[in-house]
Ligand binder design. Structure first.
Ligand SMILES: [Zn+2]
Length: 516
């Protein structure tokens, strides 16, 4: 009978310099150690990397201990990880398919093979961590201080058995994660990388995407429990995708009907773009109300999570001014609104609020998502709905009916033709329209879906230039997705543009990057 104590450690790191991470580096420290019972000198420790989790380090520690165990022996291992015990005890008679479905599959497989081939009889015993067990303290210390050790446990697929003859790898790294989920993540990341490089996302201001994801998640899927919430989600998505039928969009979509559509609520005869909602005189008295309501909505959230000493509503209002500005016509508030009308929040603002109220990263995201939600709710109620009623009245005056607003296929034909033939010209038109100070929409109805415009009738040299442009874009996109996958495997980090499953936001460190 041989008795061991094993322990693992995991020190997750937060990026210190945002936006400067090297995707090829491992920032997370993991260590594993074991020690023979009552023989502190008979011990070993090792550094581990990739797929960071505390259970992984515990499993590696157990595996290392088993490597030293004699054949046909009874082995007793003391560990403080209940989940490691559970996982090892549930390995017997699992099919290869089932084995590959779990996390840390390769290390579990190796433990299983080792036990079978050495014919060892393993008993796992749970010890309470930090309960004064001397041996446990020793091994705990060893696992936490592996940085001085030059030993490195490299988990490669170097031996197999009948159940598993091959192992999936990504860039030479065994995929020790549910394979189906991994492939799904890989595909989603590529799609997200492509999306993040669209022109419409090319903000000069860095966006804290995770706040937007959190807001959308609140009303999505199983969280969408009422028709009201459903419509609210649609409204948020329309804001996000800039699809709200505001005047500028209506003129673009249906030029013949809406060619003389101007702000329907105030006699200012101005084109209704998104900025007009802020400057329109009809909203002059409404913005202060929205601002006040937003403050009222978030005060209790701040009181709950903030570490402020004096958290009276008055003190909080004073601090909120640094985020929302002191007045509704203050630049701070206008900047907030302009981004919030796209369901987005500036990264700098999120830094300010984190510092201002002393929030944890995860709470800060939840707080700002609530602030954004509050803004959208009140904007919709006080400004958007009256505006829609005014638009309906405007349409009624001109006898515009529902059937006039529906899409006809001829529009699609025209649109497609336009895309192919006039992509180039439209850009020139846009340019000259700007020069002449004419609204673009009056000059020509331009719809540009993305940056890549195929120009069919151009000369050869220009064609190959386009090809190069597309290829380089493809390459940059692949690189971006690849970097994200590396950061995920080695550090469990997500760039916020890629991170859409905000449900687990608290378990993951999110590295914010400026989108390039
Ligand atoms: Zn107006």
């Amino acid at each position: 009978m041989v008795e061991y104590y094993t322990d693992g450690s995991l020190k997750p790191s937060t990026p210190t310099t945002m936006g400067k991470q090297d995707p090829n580096l491992v920032y997370t420290d993991m260590g594993a150690a074991f020690c023979v019972n009552n023989e502190p000198a008979l011990s070993a420790q090792a550094n581990i990397s990739l797929w960071p989790s505390s259970i992984r380090s515990e499993l590696v520690a157990i595996f290392l201990a088993l490597l030293t165990g004699p054949m046909n022996a009874k082995i007793k291992i003391y560990t403080d990880s209940q989940s490691a015990i559970y996982m090892i005890n549930n390995q017997y008679n699992k099919s290869g398919r089932k084995l590959l479905k779990q996390s840390n599959s390769l290390i579990l497989l190796k433990i299983d093979i080792l036990l079978q081939e050495k014919k060892m009889d393993l008993v796992l015993v749970k010890v309470k961590g930090h309960s004064g067990d001397v041996m446990n303290e020793i091994v705990d210390d060893l696992a936490k201080n592996t940085s001085n050790s030059r030993c490195y446990f490299n988990n490669r697929f170097n031996y197999s058995n009948r159940t598993i003859r091959f192992f999936p790898i990504f860039k030479q790294i065994p995929i020790e994660y549910n394979l189906r989920k991994f492939i799904k993540t890989l595909m989603n990341t590529r799609v997200a990388a492509e999306w993040s490089m669209l022109k419409t996302n090319g903000h000069e201001i860095p966006i804290a995407w995770n706040i937007t994801w959190n807001l959308i998640h609140r009303y999505k899927g199983f969280n969408c429990i009422s028709v009201k919430k459903h419509w609210h989600l649609i409204f948020i998505i329309k804001l996000f995708a800039k699809l709200l039928p505001i005047g500028a969009t209506l003129i673009q979509r249906k030029p013949n009907i809406y060619k003389d559509f101007v702000c329907p609520r105030y006699n200012d005869n101005k084109e209704e773009d998104i900025y007009h909602f802020i400057e329109c005189d009809a909203n002059k008295d409404l913005w202060p109300i929205i601002k006040n309501r937003m403050q009222d909505d978030v005060i209790h959230i701040i009181q709950k999570w903030s570490n402020m000493e004096k958290n009276t509503p008055k003190a909080i209002r004073e601090k909120l001014k640094q985020i929302l500005g002191s007045q509704y016509d203050n630049n701070k508030f206008i900047d907030f609104c302009l981004l919030a009308l796209e369901a987005k929040i500036n990264t700098n603002l999120s830094k300010v609020s984190k510092q201002l109220f002393g929030f944890l990263e995860s709470k800060n995201i939840l707080f700002l998502a609530s602030l954004l939600d509050s803004f959208i709710i009140h904007f919709k109620e006080l400004i958007w709905l009256p505006r829609c009623n005014a638009t309906i009245a405007w349409e009624k005056d001109r006898n515009i009916e529902r059937k006039d607003k529906l899409n006809k296929s001829e529009y699609m034909d025209r649109y497609l033709k336009f895309c192919h033939q006039q992509g180039k010209q439209s850009r020139q038109d846009k340019h000259s329209a700007k020069k002449n100070d004419l609204p673009i929409s009056q000059k020509d109805q331009t719809v540009v879906l993305d940056d890549i415009i195929f120009e069919l009738d151009t000369v050869q040299s220009e064609n190959s230039m386009n090809e190069n442009f597309i290829l380089s874009k493809c390459y940059r996109m692949g690189k971006k997705a690849h970097d994200q996958m590396c950061l995920l495997i080695s550090n469990n980090w997500w760039y916020s543009w890629a991170y859409k499953k905000t449900k687990n936001i608290i378990d993951n460190v999110i590295a914010d990057l400026i989108i390039t």
